[in-house]
Structures are given as structure tokens and as C-alpha cells.
Write a protein that binds this ligand. Structure first.
Ligand code: GLU
Length: 426
């Protein structure tokens, strides 16, 4: 067996993302037949930055914080990826997530490398002013490595558009140059994109549409179940409903609701807004999250947590297609069981890439100063997502592999190709 990447378990919110990643990569590598020096190269990020910086607190005292930024690979363009604020963040987490970003950007073929960053902090304990001081302190600490053509952060866990605006402002103050493209996920008034909030779900719906075409699934007869009703799950439910697709079940951490005739999603959204949960909704039966995953439906969309389908329950899955909108909702053992059963799994690095694709469109508009209509943005997002699905799907038969292996294979191949064209490998 070939040597494999030494990824460790991700401890922050993403569950086992990279334990999973390692195994998938091993499979892709078997297909790729990588040379020793290529593997050696891929195993390590190009640059890992650890910074410590002082922040003035409201108490009048100063606290020193630790921040990270990892640029995994930049052969295909400036590095790109989110910035998260989390008390348990480690450099290892950031490194693994940066690698996933490199793969994600490569699989959808946008001109970015992969990065990730963060600050070890519980943002809920800070006042707004402290949060601003913290963000600006971090920007000053990594300033030399930041820039529209170097590294472009975006929101992630516990960071939002307000924080992105501060990042842009601090960078511009330091450089003396207007540079909206230094960060994405900004407020619209500062060069952000209006479709940002729904980008992951919208991208996922285009991926799903393409797969439906390949599998000749009739939209009028289709049934969908969605695990998770947060930003991603809630928005894809809404998009599908508006497109006349029957969503029979949705869930959140309190449990799920089922109506085989199709849920009235706008009413479910209203109910969730009012009560904070989907359960208790009139006009549906209540089920558990576990039952939702085993529903007899055409498409199952895990849009919540990682590690939801394991060897314990993979056999119970009755859906024809699984669209992974969450990160790593299916573990490696379950992946094999589902493959044997003939369940068609669309992997996370493809299904949920809509967010970073929208970041790319925001960045491109910021660089050119040519701002597009919403229609044009959505059209381009669709084009990029469907092309990627076609390319990943098109490789499955010749390679005799599933969509996940194909997506990893395509991404790694693209990154290595860029390195080779640059003359870094023979
Ligand atoms: N939070 C997203 C990620 O890291 C942001 C990606 C981006 O738009 O740069 O996956």
C-alpha cells in the first residue's frame, strides 16, 4: 500500500472530516499512481503561520491571542478559504481544512489554491469592540501574507460579513490601496455578493439537477428528505420547494417531521422562526433524525453534521441518491456499504462548493470593478457547478470508481498538473 497523508481527526465542529479525507485520498492515489516526491509534496502545506498578538480589552487590560493561517497550495491561484474563531482550534485542524479547500477549489476549477485560518478564541465572550480589536490585530499580524493576489479569507465558523469588512478596512489602511478583493463574504455595500447567504444551497441544487438528469429522475415524482434546517438545509428546502420538488421530511437537532404528500416549506420556515424548532409543526408526523436517514425517498440530503451515516445505519438507507451538503456526513465504512447497495453518493467537496464559487465571483468583480446583475451571478454559479459535476461524473466509468474517488482524483490531478507546468515536478 502506498504511503498516505498523515491527517488527524478534526476536533472542531467538522467531526471526522479528515480521517475520512485520508482514506478517500488513499483511494484516489491508488488511481493516480503518484510518485514518491509528489506524495511527499502533497503531504505538507506550503506555509503555516502562527501568530501571537496583543488585544486591548474593555477592562483596560491587554490579552494576547494566538492565530493561524495555513496556505496549503497556491499553484492554481491565490490561496482561498475561511477564517474561524473557535476556542479549541489547533494548527492541525487548520492544516486539514486548508487541504480540503485546495481540493474544493480544484474540483470546481476556480483559480484558487487552498487556505484556512483562525483565532483561538471564544467570540461569545468578547464585546463588539474587543472582537473588532481582535480582528484588526490578526490582520496586522499576518499582513505580509494577505492580499487579493496572495491569500483571500472568507467567513467560516463564528465569523461573518462584519468581520470581513474590518479585515478589508485594516488591510486597506495598512497598504493605502483600495483592495476589496482581499476578502470575500463582505457586506453588499462594500463589494459583497447578494446571493452569498444561499450560495451553498443554490450550488447544491444545481448539482442535484444535473444528477437527476443523468439518472433520469422525474422532477414531478421526486421525493427529498433533508437532515438539518439551518442556513444550508433550510435554504435548499426552500429552493427545491420553489422549483416544485416535493420535500417530504426535514429535521433539526430536536427531531424531524414527515409528510409523504410534501411539506409546506414556507410554513415550516415560519414555524421554525417562531418556535426555534421544526418539531411541533402541524401537518406532519414526527420522526427521529435516525428515521429520516432511513426514509424511502429518492434523494437524501444530509445538511447538518459529519458522521451521520456509519456502518451502523448505512444498510438502512433507502434513498437512491445522497447529496452531501454537510462536511463528511458519511464515514468511510458507510461509503463502501452504500456503494455496494448502489446508492449514488455525491461527495461534499463537490456538492457544497457553491460558497467558495460565489467567493470567486465576488473576488473577480472586486478586481475588475465590473459589478454583475444577480441573474448573471446565478447563471455563472450554475455553469461552474454543472461543469464540475459533468467532469467528475465523466471519469467514474473509465476509472471504475465512485463520485468521491473521482472528485478527489480530479482535484489532486489538477493541483499536480499546475505544479508540473510551473516546472516544480518532472
Ligand atoms: N467557509 C468557507 C470555507 O472555508 C469559505 C470559503 C470561501 O468562500 O473562501 O469553506
Amino acid at each position: 500500500m502506498k504511503r498516505i497523508l498523515n491527517f488527524e481527526r478534526i476536533s472542531v465542529d467538522d467531526g471526522n472530516v479528515c480521517r475520512h479525507c485520508e482514506e478517500q485520498l488513499r483511494r484516489a492515489y491508488e488511481k493516480l499512481e503518484l510518485a514518491k516526491e509528489e506524495l511527499e509534496f502533497l503531504e505538507r502545506p506550503k506555509r503555516s503561520i502562527i501568530v501571537s498578538f496583543p488585544v486591548k480589552m474593555d477592562s483596560g487590560k491587554t490579552r494576547t491571542f494566538t492565530g493561524y493561517r495555513v496556505h496549503y497550495n497556491d499553484a492554481r491561484g491565490p490561496t482561498k478559504g475561511g477564517l474561524r474563531f473557535h476556542p479549541e482550534l489547533s494548527l492541525e485542524d487548520v492544516k486539514n481544512l486548508a487541504y480540503l479547500m485546495a481540493l474544493k477549489c480544484a474540483v470546481v476549477n476556480i483559480p484558487f489554491g487552498g487556505a484556512k485560518g483562525g483565532i483561538v478564541v471564544n467570540p461569545k465572550e468578547l464585546s463588539e469592540r474587543e472582537l473588532e480589536n481582535l480582528t484588526r490585530g490578526y490582520v496586522r499580524a499576518i499582513l505580509d501574507y494577505l492580499g487579493p493576489m496572495k491569500d483571500v479569507p472568507a467567513p467560516d465558523i463564528y465569523t461573518d460579513e462584519k468581520i470581513m469588512a474590518w479585515i478589508m478596512d485594516e488591510y486597506e489602511k495598512a497598504s493605502g490601496i483600495h483592495s476589496p478583493a482581499v476578502v470575500t463574504g463582505k457586506p453588499i455595500e462594500l463589494g459583497g455578493c447578494s446571493t452569498r447567504a444561499i450560495a451553498t444551497s443554490l450550488g447544491g441544487s444545481y448539482v442535484m439537477g444535473e444528477i437527476m438528469r443523468y439518472m433520469r429522475l422525474d422532477k414531478r415524482k421526486l421525493t427529498v428528505a433533508i437532515q438539518g434546517f439551518g442556513n444550508v438545509g433550510g435554504n435548499i428546502a426552500k429552493i427545491l420547494y420553489e422549483n416544485g420538488i416535493k420535500v417530504i421530511s426535514v429535521s433539526d437537532s430536536t427531531g424531524g417531521i414527515l409528510n409523504e404528500e410534501g411539506l409546506d416549506i414556507p410554513r415550516v420556515i415560519k414555524h421554525k422562526k417562531g418556535t426555534g424548532r421544526v418539531t411541533g409543526f402541524k401537518g406532519a408526523n414526527e420522526i427521529t433524525n435516525k428515521e429520516l436517514l432511513a426514509l424511502d425517498c429518492d434523494i437524501l440530503i444530509p445538511a447538518a453534521l459529519s458522521d451521520q451515516i456509519t456502518s451502523e445505519n448505512a444498510d438502512d438507507v433507502r434513498a437512491k441518491v445522497i447529496l452531501e451538503l454537510a462536511n463528511a456526513p458519511i464515514n468511510v465504512e458507510a461509503d463502501d456499504i452504500l456503494f455496494e447497495k448502489g446508492v449514488f453518493v455525491v461527495p461534499d467537496i463537490l456538492s457544497n462548493a457553491g460558497g467558495v464559487v460565489l467567493s470567486y465571483l465576488e473576488w473577480a468583480q472586486n478586481l475588475t470593478g465590473d459589478y454583475w446583475s444577480e441573474d448573471r451571478i446565478v447563471k455563472r454559479l450554475k455553469e461552474i457547478m454543472t461543469t464540475a459535476v459533468r467532469e467528475v461524473y465523466g471519469q467514474c466509468e473509465p476509472l471504475n470508481c465512485n463520485m468521491r474517488v473521482s472528485a478527489h482524483y480530479l482535484a489532486v490531478k489538477r493541483i499536480l498538473r499546475a505544479e508540473k507546468l510551473r516546472g516544480n515536478f518532472v
